[in-house]
Design a protein around this ligand. Sequence first.
Ligand code: FES
Length: 190
Amino acid sequence: MAIEAEEPNRRDFLIVAGNAFIAVGAAVTLWPFVAQMNPDAGAQALASVEIDLSPVQQGQAITVMWRGKPIFIRNRTPEEIKEAEDTSLSDLPDGSARNDLLPESAPALDSNRVKEGKTNWMVLVGICTHLGCIPKGQAIGDSKGDYGGWFCPCHGSHYDTSGRIRKGPAPRNLEVPPYEFVSDTKIKIG
Ligand code: FES
């Protein structure tokens, strides 16, 4: 895989995959890298992964693999958080929070898709709910769609900064996987 130098103050894109314990090293602030796109069968079977978020600066995003799925993690800016929080439920095609830790009836408020006190961290299963493409919005220079979140170019689905579907054929919001903060800067997914 190629390793490209990038300016450290821009959004970084990082895919890490594999181990039971994944520490996203300080290298993320120096250069992004693609470690591995396809985890082996053993990695796919892992029930949980731990991710150190401390190198991910505000405005940056990383992608990790969990159970063979890409997990999008974005450290949202205050503007992105405000936009997500200010969105009216009546503007959302899918009114469900789609949070694996909440009942399906939980409304799609931004607060139901993030952790209290950690509202800058957006953690999503990065699979379009239309036909399963991987949306754009993680890599430097990607289109983030009309709502500043993620954009699926396969058939034109636009997700907002909370990962909620806003426009296009996708029927559901991006799923929030089960995860918890195990320390101030570390999450455990699964
Ligand atoms: Fe994403 Fe169709 S798979 S819009």
